[in-house]
Design a binder for this molecule. Sequence first.
Ligand SMILES: CC(C)(COP(=O)(O)OP(=O)(O)OC[C@H]1O[C@@H](n2cnc3c(N)ncnc32)[C@H](O)[C@@H]1OP(=O)(O)O)[C@@H](O)C(=O)NCCC(=O)NCCS
Length: 407
Amino acid sequence: MAQIEEYQDLVLDALEVVEFKLIRDKADADINNDAIPGFHPVMAHQIFGESETIFGYQDLRVRILYTAGPLHIYLGVEYGKRVNEISDGEIKADDVVATIAQSLPDGCYFINLDEFLKTLDKADKFQPFGEKISEYKQQSEDGTERLFEIYQCDYKSSSFLKFFARLQTFILWFVDAASYIDTDDPQWCYFICYEKYKNNDGQYQYATAGYSTVYEYYAYPQNKRPRISQMLILPPFQKLGLATQMVKTIYQFYQSQKNVVDITVEDPSEDFQRLRNFVDARYCKDLKSFARNELIKGFNKEMVREARETLKLNPRQVRKVYELMRLYYTNVNDDKEYKAYRLEVKKRLNAVYYKQLKDLKKMERYKMDTEMLRARLPSTKQRMEQLQEEYTLVEQDYKNTIAKLKA
Ligand SMILES: CC(C)(COP(=O)(O)OP(=O)(O)OC[C@H]1O[C@@H](n2cnc3c(N)ncnc32)[C@H](O)[C@@H]1OP(=O)(O)O)[C@@H](O)C(=O)NCCC(=O)NCCS
């Protein structure tokens, strides 16, 4: 009887064999046409499990094609040989289509390429949903210009919800710990970015480039605190400044609303936090409380008030921008000035540890047993080393952003 171990070479890395492509034209779907490059997923554990592998094929190619605007989906699998045949039916290969299909909106994908391509006949009629709230021209190095438009949409038409259900299928492959949102919940607000481009007939057409969802939390008595939940710029559109533009657009949208307390971000990734710091620092630079002579004196309530009232930044983020902007103005060649800066940041980084120590001492005053808790805390020496490491990372991150602010 065949042993599964004999087929180790048929265990494939899903990140390598799965390929996405955004199709504008029927010719783009041709497997040999590389004019529009495909792209691979960043993660696959939500689809194929922790190992992110697919079993049972030789020369496997999993193609997931989306029409560029409306995002109709085609799922195709090609391979040289399959374990089913090699093992005379004793061992079965993973059913790739069925596995991926579980994550797709019900029945909303094609496995017949011709049927899928027929949807392109109507793709030139595809129009963005909602209301246009900003546009952005991106100039590439060779001087060509691309036009992007951002739309805000909170209505719940079934055609929008079907489109959004297809759009959010990308997050399982590109956003860590992502899950689909409950579109029945009316507090979700959608921001979608499209590229407006000229097709082969010289007519304008729209391609979907990315999106962000914002949850509008209620705040007493009649206010709201919008929280940016997900943001995804599809890989072919990354590093063009689109996420930066999305953040600015979302800010502008909420800054004009009197009942918005502040804007928060749910569990931001490092890349997102970096671009958020950049946008926020640029805005705060023009505030009175963020002038050099104010920053050097230390963090104060006026910074929080001014940044919250004018920009809707939340206090925690204001603190980060304060540190970033203080470093911006700090003369690191002046020992005293630089040391004062480092102490200020380390004080914040050490706040949790300090609080834990304080709680322990309090418990000990009440004669409580703290042995286990103490054992879990690092020693003073260990903590000093950790703190230095944390500080170095924070400072490097700020320095990168400062270089961009000065560029
Ligand atoms: C994080 C993410 C949203 C950023 O989107 P993006 O559109 O590529 O972001 P931007 O183009 O505005 O900025 C990204 C970088 O490109 C740079 N950039 C901006 N415009 C550029 C241009 N015209 N040319 C080259 N680089 C540019 C930015 O300075 C920034 O540099 P940095 O990474 O060193 O900070 C995107 O990578 C993504 O969707 N990632 C996966 C999902 C995710 O992590 N989402 C965030 C969850 S909260």
